[in-house]
Write a protein of this length. Structure first.
Lengths: 367, 820
């Protein structure tokens, strides 16, 4: 070993004991820093360009190669230890700071934030859309027609005799002058006629819409109300098809366990005709037994009148230009307000047409 | 129709089922039983007793008796206010603790200084009739102490049956009994086809002058009726249970026959008749005083029963006063006739005289029944009224021959979807009374009591309903693949949802308005929204018109909600408005039935109905955003109403253009006209203060009304995606000073035009008026974002756009750069 090529002076800063002390000093200083600002202040003293460890690194260059490797390892280990100590402390202090800031920024999340007012659609609109969805899913189409309607379409073409009491002023609202033959449609059935006249057979349409009767307003009657009408005309349709369609519709509207019943009845525009009842979905008919708990939904009758239906009368088909020998059809119609009342426990039908926002806001949900 | 079960059992041997079970069978057959009323079950502790002694109490304002009774075991004493009984009479005694119908408990009580041990009952108190003039005197042979309910067979059930307009025969015990006999498969001996002994003398001269209104008239002469005889208790009770009042023996008996067989009868006092009975239509200016003592003027289409004196009855509807039977009538001419339904229906309605008779004739009475029913009444008058037995009768019969219907025996099964055996089809048709011949094709003659059976489908219904609707299969037809909702239907849904989700509440109101809306809405003489489509028989005389605009209904809903303590409102309603029919084609007249009208006829028909475009209206009142712990909210203003139209437009991809306008009922300085592709689509803004006052609305109420049909016309196909460029944008602001009355929208449009295709977004972010920009001028500050699709914009390009925008704005709107 030739001492002349190298700095012969023993460099104290590279001594292991000294390096250990440097590390110990740095760690102690970092640990002592109470916050990030204090840590930042001691960072320079222990990791800055003029810190003991930096000076030690610089001294490495003056060592002979055989000594340099040894000392280099020692210095690097010391540096890593100091850096780790710094990073750890910094991490701790940052966490502390963050916790403090987030704690300070906490709010009362139960406070209201209803700055945008609530909106809602009307339950009558929604139930019509629901009906439309049920029938479009079956492949039917949704037809519409005018509310002020020609007498011919509302009555004559539907095989209503000229003297039929339903045409009278105590039942039907007539536009002035009555001789013009325009009524406020008493049913959505004229749209059946329109659909058949337009489309011909086969024809599968459902018609939700507003209808009118000359009725006084009471808790369960309105002179203006909503109906849905269904019409299917095709080759070979049967009353079984009518029954199956009504079953499907009833289950989609009122739940899977609802049952229907057809009862013979009379309508001018269908033959055979029937009324369709629903087994009360609340008491399942049990309230009709004597001594049973009364049921509000069905007035303890067990069955709820739902609507009218039947096989389309041949005269109606012929009036629409459909050959009654080649085609048969079925039709049904029911009011929607009563169903709504029964479903939602409404006791005043008037509430549905007075425009009170509480009705829409509470019942206008779309699920 | 109220039907006592005990009466039904007289006609048909019914099983001992509960009344409810019987009712269900009828309902299944199409005779809906509305409810079952059980009688007698609500009477308890009322026994047969004999009056032993009667003491009149003195010194009272009204007669009061202290009565001693023998109830078979004890002597009892009661106070009684009735006077129609004497010692020895048998009466119904409510012995405490007793219960009378309606839940009336009878206990001992003190009255007139006596301890009254119960009471003596009237017919009404027992639910036996209307009679409350005195107490009910019972037959003398009833054993004392027995329960009155048992002794008088008061336990019964009344079925209240809804009858349909096509089946008149169900308005009789006879018809209902037939249905029950079919339902239970038991024999039925129809009293309506009973043989009538031949007449040995004329009843009364009858001339049918109008066979189109009257096809049969039987007149029976009955002499020697004893007018003093009362209706027996069983008759009164039956009528009461059936919902009719007991009047006199003769009237009660004719009513009994009507309820039993379905044939309305009318009794004339023979001594008041002058000359032959003539059935004819009324003449001009003819009048009649009817039984209800109303003097009625007759219409030439009214069918009348007349004699030498003129009209003596409105046929099938109501008798006349001059020939009415009285308390001294002994000789009667009994009418049992068949009148045509349509004529009776019109007359009954014209005179507002719905009667038990007209109800039956309107629905069709069995034309073979006239002599049978007359005979039944004669027999009862002989038996109960003391009339002389005689067979004096006249039967003028102008009936048309009965029809026959051909039906394929497979038709019922084909329509029902059930495979009925041919024998079942025949048997069912015979059940309802048809005579049937043939095999594969049946020739069917419906019975005289079923005039509603006219076509093969009518027979199908009989077979299917009697076989049972519950036997129908449950099948679902396979509709051809559908196309879902139409674009118009989808558009309306989208709009409804967009509004609800942006804080608007949908309402539904009646479409009726009064003439007053013209003034309320300040509509001028030429305004198309003046009410014009009128209801001839409106629900309310105050609101006889159909709405020509949605605003009145909506504004009333605003006022109602505000009045109910909900002042912050954003309401919307959608629906048709009504404008007069175009009548652009000559009216088509009465179109045919059973054959398709021509397209021309249908077009002409369409031109007769009002024009009914679909509108949508929105109204705002109070705060659009509420005050809260966060600070002040924001009141609803004109801008909300206009922005709502834009919101709707955005939801459906239609550009709504806004320009200032003056249009009722809006504030002339805060009203916008809404246009779509240049066509008028509506108006929006703040309402005129006088309109707000007229509808009693919160101050500054705002509204918008939109023609949805016009919007729909502008709905294009699928939107085209813009080029999505990743090159950096260039943004700059442009503050332009214009005259104060230049609409900002015009300036924005000019800037947009000038800026050209590089403009990606334009936004007005500030409006300033004040000294700095000069009198009657305003500064509009826009921010513009430019972007090219294929390169980064250069400073020169941006400057050129800025110049061009300024130039067009200067050109069109006289704009100058602010600060220049």
């Amino acid at each position: 070993m030739s001492p002349t090529d190298y700095d012969p002076k023993e460099v104290a800063t590279l001594q292991p004991e000294v390096l250990d002390q440097t590390v110990a000093d740095a760690v102690a200083a970092f640990e002592a820093a109470a916050d990030l600002d204090a840590l930042s202040a001691v960072h320079t003293a222990h990791l800055g360009g003029k810190s003991p460890i930096a000076l030690a690194r610089r001294e490495l260059g003056g060592l002979p190669p055989q000594a340099r490797a040894d000392a280099g390892r020692r210095v690097n280990a010391a540096l890593t230890a100091i850096q780790d100590a710094y990073d750890r402390r910094r991490g701790e202090l940052e966490t502390t700071r963050d916790e403090q800031v987030l704690r300070q920024e906490s709010v009362d999340v139960s406070l209201p934030w209803d700055r945008l007012p609530r909106g809602a659609r009307h339950p009558i609109t929604l139930v019509q859309e629901r009906v439309a969805d049920i029938f479009t899913a079956m492949g039917w189409e949704i037809a519409e027609g005018p509310e002020a309607e020609a007498e011919w379409l509302n009555f004559d073409a539907l095989n209503t005799p000229e003297h039929h009491p339903s045409r009278e002023e105590q039942d039907t609202l007539w536009l002035d002058p009555p001789s013009a033959g325009v009524v406020l449609r008493t049913q959505t059935s004229p749209v059946q006629m329109r659909a058949l006249l337009e489309r011909g057979a086969p024809c599968y349409v459902a018609v939700p819409g507003r209808t009118y009767r000359n009725d006084a307003i009471d808790a369960t009657h309105l002179p203006v109300f909503t109906q849905v009408e269904g019409l299917a005309v095709d080759v070979g349709l049967t009353m079984g098809d009518l029954r199956g369609t009504l079953d499907l519709f009833a289950r989609a509207m009122f739940g899977e366990d609802v049952r229907t019943r057809l009862r013979p009845h009379h309508f001018p525009f269908t033959e055979p005709s029937a009324e369709v009842d629903l087994l009360c979905w609340v008491c399942h008919g049990e309230s009709a037994q004597s001594g049973a708990e009364p049921c509000r939904t069905c007035s303890s009758e067990g069955w709820i009148e739902w609507g009218g239906c039947g096989m389309v009368h041949p005269v109606v088909l012929a009036s629409a230009g459909v050959d009654p020998d080649a085609y048969t059809g079925f039709a049904f119609g029911m009011g929607l307000e009563r169903s709504l009342m029964q479903r939602h426990g409404l006791t005043e039908i008037r509430d549905l047409i007075e425009g009170d926002v509480r009705v829409s806001l509470s019942l206008g949900r779309e699920v | 129709m109220r039907v006592p079960l005990s009466w039904l059992r007289d006609h048909v041997a019914l099983p001992e089922s509960s009344p409810t079970a019987l009712a269900n069978r009828l309902t299944e057959a199409g005779l809906k039983v509305e409810h079952v009323e059980e009688t007698g079950g609500d009477i308890d502790g009322v026994v047969v007793a004999r009056v032993v002694e009667v003491e009149e109490l003195q010194g009272l304002k009204k007669p009061i008796r202290w009565v001693t009774l023998d109830d078979g075991t004890d002597r009892r004493h009661v106070i009684c206010g009735a006077t129609n009984f004497a010692a020895g009479d048998v009466i119904a005694y409510a012995r405490p603790p007793a219960m009378l119908p309606g839940g009336f408990q009878i206990n001992k009580r003190r009255a007139y200084d006596h301890e009254s041990d119960g009471m003596i009952c009237s017919a009404r108190e027992l639910g036996l009739g209307e009679d409350h003039s005195g107490i009910l005197v019972l037959p003398e042979d009833l054993p004392l102490g027995t329960d009155v309910v048992e002794a008088m067979s008061l336990r019964d059930a009344v079925l209240d049956i809804e009858t349909t307009p096509d089946r008149g025969y169900t308005l009789s015990l006879r018809g209902i009994a037939r249905e029950l006999a079919i339902a239970y498969g038991v024999d039925y001996d129809d009293p309506g086809v009973a043989a009538v002994p031949s007449y040995d003398a004329p009843g009364y001269d009858v001339v049918i002058d109008d066979p189109s209104g009257c096809s049969r008239y039987v007149a029976r002469l009955i002499r020697g009726v004893d007018p003093s005889r009362p209706s027996p208790q069983w008759l009164q009770r039956r009528l009461t249970l059936a919902g009719m009042r007991s009047i006199s023996l003769t009237v009660d008996l004719t009513n009994h026959v009507m309820l039993d067989l379905g044939q309305p009868l009318h009794a004339f006092d023979q001594t008041t008749l002058q000359g032959p009975i003539v059935v004819r239509r009324a003449q001009m200016d003819e009048r009649i005083r009817t039984l209800d003592d109303v003097n009625r003027s007759l219409d030439p289409s009214d069918l009348l029963i007349t004699d030498g004196s003129g009209p003596i009855a409105i046929a099938g509807v109501m008798g006349g006063a001059t020939t009415e039977i009285s308390g001294s009538t002994r000789d009667i001419v009994l009418e049992s006739a068949h009148f045509e339904p349509v004529s009776i229906a019109y007359t009954a309605r014209r005179h507002r005289l719905p009667s038990e008779a007209s109800r039956r004739f309107e629905r069709g009475v069995d034309s073979a029944l006239s002599p049978v029913a007359a005979q039944a009444a004669v027999d009862l008058l002989v038996q109960l009224g003391g009339a002389e037995p005689a067979n004096a009768g006249t039967d003028v019969d102008r009936r048309r021959p009965s029809i026959t219907i051909r039906i394929d025996v497979a038709h019922p099964g084909r329509l029902a979807g059930v495979d009925y055996a041919p024998d079942r089809v025949r048997a069912r048709l015979e059940d309802v009374g048809c005579s049937v011949t043939g095999d594969a094709e049946l020739t069917v003659t419906p019975p005289s009591w079923r005039p509603d059976l006219q076509r093969s489908v009518d027979l199908v219904e009989e077979v299917v309903r009697l076989e049972g609707y519950d036997l129908l299969p449950v099948t679902v037809p396979r509709a051809p693949a559908g196309r879902g909702l139409t674009p118009l239907q989808r558009m309306r849904r989208t709009i409804g949802r967009a509004l609800a989700h942006s804080g608007h509440v949908e309402v539904v109101t009646f479409p009726f308005v009064g003439a007053g809306i013209t003034e309320q809405l300040m509509l001028d003489a030429t305004d198309g929204r003046r009410p014009a489509v009128r209801v001839a028989n409106p629900i309310s005389d105050e609101e006889p018109f159909l709405r020509p605009t949605l605003l009145p209904g909506l504004l009333n809903a605003v006022a109602r909600n505000a009045g109910r303590g909900m002042p912050d409102l954003a309401l919307f309603e959608s629906g048709p408005v009504f404008r007069p029919a175009t009548n652009e084609l000559p009216a088509p007249g009465r179109l045919p039935v059973g054959v398709r009208p021509s397209d021309e006829q249908l077009r002409a028909l369409e031109a007769t109905i009002p024009v009914q475009p679909t509108h949508l209206a929105v109204a705002y009142a109070g705060m659009r955003e509420p005050d809260g712990w966060w600070g002040k909210g924001r009141p609803a203003v004109w801008g909300d109403a206009i922005e709502c139209a834009r919101l709707i437009g955005r939801a459906i991809g239609v550009e709504v253009d806004v320009a200032p306008d003056q249009h009722a009922p809006w504030h002339p300085g805060r009203c916008a006209v809404l246009r779509v592709q240049g066509r008028l689509a509506g108006h929006a803004g703040e309402l005129h203060p006088r309109v707000i006052e007229a509808f009693d609305l919160p101050p500054r109420t705002c509204a918008m009304e939109l023609r949805l049909d016009e919007l729909f016309v502008a709905v294009a196909g699928d939107a085209q995606a813009p080029p999505i460029s990743a090159f950096p944008p260039a943004t700059f602001d442009l503050a332009l000073v214009v005259a104060r009355d230049i609409p900002a929208a015009d300036v924005a449009a000019a800037v947009r035009t000038g800026a050209g295709p590089l403009l990606e977004e334009l936004r007005l972010f500030d409006v300033y008026t004040g000294a700095q920009v000069g009198e009657e001028r305003k500064s509009l500050a826009f921010s513009l974002r430019l972007r090219a699709s294929d390169h980064t914009l250069t400073a020169e390009e941006v400057a050129a756009v800025r110049e061009a925008a300024l130039e067009v704005a200067a050109d069109r709107c006289g704009a100058v750069l602010r600060g220049s």
